[in-house]
Write a protein that binds this ligand. Structure first.
Ligand SMILES: Cc1cc2nc3c(=O)[nH]c(=O)nc-3n(C[C@H](O)[C@H](O)[C@H](O)COP(=O)(O)OP(=O)(O)OC[C@H]3O[C@@H](n4cnc5c(N)ncnc54)[C@H](O)[C@@H]3O)c2cc1C
Length: 104
């Protein structure tokens, strides 16, 4: 059994899941093809495949950002993130958080 889509991991910031479900399906299809080629159905490397993919990296980053944002709910942290560091936050967001499928 291998997990895909919401079952494999949900996005805690935007609730985006359709693109991740499609991306996971692609990784799963490749893992199944490799399993048939090797006649090894343990799927030992599937988790690594997901985590190391652009999809996995984007999800991990979103979990990290959500953890930071939800843990530190002081007003000054929110001001720092969304106003003072806004250009930096936007740049990191554009480069690493959204558009992950293009990087794949
Ligand atoms: C209200 C709402 C709004 C959303 N809006 C967006 C959005 O705007 N953009 C976006 O990207 N994402 C959005 N999402 C998230 C997105 O819908 C999910 O992340 C995505 O559908 C996950 O796809 P999935 O294939 O993993 O799971 P699902 O689409 O949930 O598919 C799982 C399927 O498995 C079936 N199933 C469950 N148990 C069994 C069983 N035992 N046997 C057989 N079949 C079973 C279910 O009936 C379902 O059809 C939204 C979610 C909700 C709830």
């Amino acid at each position: 059994m291998i997990l895909v889509g919401d079952a494999a991991g949900a996005d805690p910031i935007f609730g985006e899941g359709i693109s991740f479900a499609l991306g996971c399906g692609r990784i799963a299809a490749r893992a199944i093809r490799a399993a048939f080629a090797r006649q090894d159905f343990s799927f030992r490397d599937y988790r690594r495949r997901v985590l190391l993919s652009p999809l996995g990296q984007a999800l991990t980053l979103r979990w990290l950002i959500a953890w930071i944002l939800y843990s530190f709910q002081w007003r000054w942290i929110q001001i720092l993130f969304w106003w003072v560091l806004k250009p930096l936050v936007a740049l990191i967001g554009l480069l690493l958080v959204v558009n992950w499928a293009r990087r794949g």
